[in-house]
Design a protein around this ligand. Structure first.
Ligand SMILES: *[C@@H]1O[C@H](CO)[C@@H](O)[C@H](O)[C@H]1NC(C)=O
Ligand SMILES: *[C@@H]1O[C@H](CO)[C@@H](O)[C@H](O)[C@H]1NC(C)=O
Ligand SMILES: *[C@@H]1O[C@H](CO)[C@@H](O)[C@H](O)[C@H]1NC(C)=O
Ligand SMILES: *[C@@H]1O[C@H](CO)[C@@H](O)[C@H](O)[C@H]1NC(C)=O
Ligand SMILES: *[C@@H]1O[C@H](CO)[C@@H](O)[C@H](O)[C@H]1NC(C)=O
Ligand SMILES: *[C@@H]1O[C@H](CO)[C@@H](O)[C@H](O)[C@H]1NC(C)=O
Ligand SMILES: *[C@@H]1O[C@H](CO)[C@@H](O)[C@H](O)[C@H]1NC(C)=O
Ligand SMILES: *[C@@H]1O[C@H](CO)[C@@H](O)[C@H](O)[C@H]1NC(C)=O
Length: 440
């Protein structure tokens, strides 16, 4: 379900706008919904269209205190029959503009619920229920789609609103904890399969504060403990279920008044080693807060997120003409409530002339402490002399440029050897022929 001018215009060229993926003839449908979904995701990445937007709701009660919070992404794979007796398979995505009418935190008569409306006659409802032992659960999800929408359901045999209901009530979420599931969870409902990912939800919020304690779904736990990691050192986060993946690069900026004074773009991965146990944490820039400060001789970038209390990068000027990364301070909290605090103010990384930026696309490792290394990817930083919010020319790291200048050197050396070899064999040849004449 793609709405919005830009995508609608683009989608004209496509056979089934806003929806798509696979269709098959006859009643036997080939291609599983999940492979269709994967295909859709892939096409959408390439074409930049039809992406599903994240949803977010933050409800407050009569005293203006937060009482229900959720953020999530979803799509639906729907099967329907066409007038030509074919079974078609479309994926319904959520457009940018949705309304949340009817959502409420509930009171002692009604349960909390989230209600979302989008497109032409699509809606989605979810309600919660309180369980025993100070826990709550997601009760029922009802997705309503509209086969009268000819753009999404071309040639549908039956036209009208159709419900797809999923009863969940499986995870008991402790009260005062936020449920979190980065992985995709799929539920087969009537007529449609629901897919949910990047989910965070807390109902029955007490005291108006969203909990910092996370209740992590089984799938995320499985992927974080698949590596030989004891629960003792697994961080509270699930921001990164697959830590082996390259971290997604974040774009960070620090302002001084109205002007940007520090720029940094990088994918960040923390490598914590404690008691010989190793855990790798990717920083998700989408849930990372940026603060910092800029002065003439020093500049600071502070990143903080749900799992990471803070990561500070402190830059300094040396000899009045170059900058470098001088100090890194990191503070993390683990599930067992233990902390890791690491500081090193004697570093010398990312060295470049003032007035330029430092760039390194290859993976770089910052050795901060015995217990902590930071791996950076697709790095570009400029902590000083930022003009008009843009990076100045870049000084590239050795790792990026080494091949570029090592290859000519290697070729040059090889050519030199060849010339010397030819010269030596020429001289030997001449000597031989001369001695040959003499002997005759
Ligand atoms: C579709 O199937 C119905 C009943 O099975 C049949 O009456 C109808 O003729 C079929 N239509 C087409 C276009 O094949
Ligand atoms: C339930 O609601 C009624 C009125 O709607 C109110 O008088 C009562 O105090 C409420 N009970 C609790 C336990 O909040
Ligand atoms: C949640 O919604 C479903 C469907 O609308 C309904 O059947 C169910 O009774 C609701 N649950 C509660 C606890 O109200
Ligand atoms: C509630 O907690 C008690 C004691 O911890 C346990 O015996 C009981 O099975 C729990 N009930 C449910 C429904 O989980
Ligand atoms: C809410 O506030 C009350 C009183 O200030 C406190 O006793 C209680 O522990 C708090 N609950 C949570 C979940 O923070
Ligand atoms: C910052 O921007 C605002 C709005 O654009 C403007 O009113 C204000 O004067 C600016 N302040 C400075 C220090 O440039
Ligand atoms: C993490 O650090 C350990 C110990 O220094 C090292 O063996 C491992 O290769 C590192 N892993 C990553 C992904 O950087
Ligand atoms: C962050 O958001 C961007 C754009 O919304 C998305 O493409 C990306 O996958 C997200 N990254 C993570 C790690 O969630």
């Amino acid at each position: 379900m793609c709405a919005g001018g830009r995508r609608r215009r683009l989608s004209r060229a496509l056979p089934a706008p806003g929806a798509s993926a696979s269709s098959s003839s006859g009643s036997s449908s080939s291609g599983s919904p999940s492979s269709g979904l994967a295909l859709l995701r892939c096409c959408c990445l390439v074409l930049g269209i039809c992406q599903s937007y994240a949803l977010e709701i933050n409800l407050t009660d009569s005293k203006n205190a937060t009482c229900l919070y959720s953020k999530w992404q979803m799509t639906f794979t729907v099967n329907y029959e066409t007038t030509g007796n074919e079974t078609k398979n479309v994926t319904v995505t959520v457009p940018e503009n949705v309304t949340y009418d009817g959502s409420s935190c509930g009171d002692n008569q009604t349960v909390p619920q989230i209600a979302v409306q989008f497109g032409l006659g699509y809606s989605w409802n979810l309600n919660f229920t309180k369980e025993e032992n100070n826990s709550y659960s997601i009760d029922t999800i009802v997705f309503t789609y509209n086969t009268s929408d000819n753009q999404t359901f071309p040639e549908a045999k039956e036209k009208g609103q159709i419900l797809s209901i999923v009863e969940i009530r499986k995870a008991r979420i402790p009260l005062n904890k936020i449920f979190r599931c980065h992985s995709e969870e799929s539920f087969v409902g009537d007529n449609a399969t629901h897919h949910y990912w990047e989910t965070m939800v807390q109902a029955f919020i007490q005291n108006g504060t969203i909990s910092k304690e996370e209740f992590i779904c089984g799938k995320d736990r499985a992927s974080t403990t698949a590596a030989p990691v004891t629960t003792q050192v697994v961080p509270t986060t699930t921001a990164t279920p697959i830590p082996q993946e390259k971290p997604y690069p974040g774009k960070y900026a620090v302002k001084n008044g109205n002007d940007t004074c520090l720029l940094a773009t990088m994918g960040l991965q923390l490598n914590v080693t404690q008691n010989k146990v190793n855990s790798v944490i990717n920083i998700n820039p989408n849930v990372t807060e940026v603060t910092g400060s800029c002065n003439n001789e020093t500049a600071e970038l502070r990143l903080s997120g749900s799992n990471v209390k803070y990561i500070d990068f402190i830059f300094a000027v040396k000899n009045g003409n170059r900058f470098y990364l001088k100090e890194v301070n990191v503070s993390l909290t683990f599930v067992n409530a233990s902390d890791l605090n690491v500081a090193n103010n004697n570093l010398s990384y990312w060295d470049a002339p003032l007035g330029s930026s430092y760039m390194c696309n290859r993976e770089q490792t910052l050795a901060v402490a015995e217990t902590l290394q930071i791996n950076t990817f697709d790095l570009r930083v400029q902590p000083f002399s930022v003009v008009a919010g843009k990076y100045s020319t870049a000084e590239e790291c050795f790792a990026d440029s080494d091949l570029n200048f090592l290859i000519p050197i290697a070729v040059g050396v090889a050519l030199g050897f060849l010339i010397i070899l030819v010269f030596i064999s020429y001289i030997i040849g001449r000597r031989k022929s001369r001695t040959g004449y003499q002997s005759v």
